[in-house]
Unconditional design. Sequence first.
Length: 342
Amino acid sequence: MTAPALLNDLKSRKFKPVYLFHGEESYYIDLFSDYIENNLLTDAEKGFNQTILYGRDTDVMTLLNSAKRFPMMSEYQLVLVKEAQELKWGKDSDDKKATDPLLTYLENPVPSTILVFCFKYAKFDKRKKTYKAIEKKGLVFESATIYENKVAAWVEDFVKEKSYRIQARASAMIAEYLGNDLSKISNELEKLMLNVQKGHEITVDDVQNNIGISKEYNVFELQDALAKRDPFKANQIIDYFAANPKANPIQLVFGALNTWFTKILKYHYVADKSPQNLARELGVNPFFVKDYEMAAKNYTAFKVFSVFSYLREYDLKSKGVDSSGNTTDGELLKELIFKIIH
């Protein structure tokens, strides 16, 4: 089941007796569990019918004692197990006479109890009998880490749900600077939207003003300078990076350039160079295709392979390998940019 479909079911009060939310990305686990905690019961019902447990502070028998109770003056009761990855789950056994109390409950859950497990930062072992029982009697949702090339589209969908629009370059900038941590991105977007009128199109300026990204000296501007082979502008940006190393760590710059040149290389080898196909193959918004077209004119496939060698070389130097040890990150970046452009 997709995240929007699951959220729609919860809003329609189509509940399952057991939920397992698990995975490396915590955003959706928090989204669903928070919705259930805040909306399943009324404030009056919560006093008698809502139990919040934490994996490291509870045990299976305690949560089962709660789950087996019947609601008081309410259709449902909620037992929510947060940080369930810390819970001491029972081990599967091949002994048919051995009993696992939790498994026994999951195979026949109380219909009036909504039991929710929030298993964060890791995948639940799908081979376990408990997993299979939840999958059969309830619902399992895996909150997987989102691929970096999907983040910009996720940002666009997120702001659309909030009745905003966002420029393609602005969503790409957010993806570049905030990575693929959806919780972090959603928090920054929520703060940004407090300062932007509802229904407004979020611009690059809005992002730069509210998320702390320099207007002139950022990785996007560096890529633009490299695409145009503009050494003066590129060195201005590198000087800014050197003066603000915490905001612009050298490894982030290396990673961004590696991703950018990888897409330039893909551009050279894509047979169908129509904007729609290029956007799909490169994993970018069609708005950016013209930027890669310009960059590909200035960097042949052969040159791009050389750039990858430079990036590996200077990545190692930044870590103290084959380096004098006295070279600053700013000096390393200047040397790297000189080799790339010339």
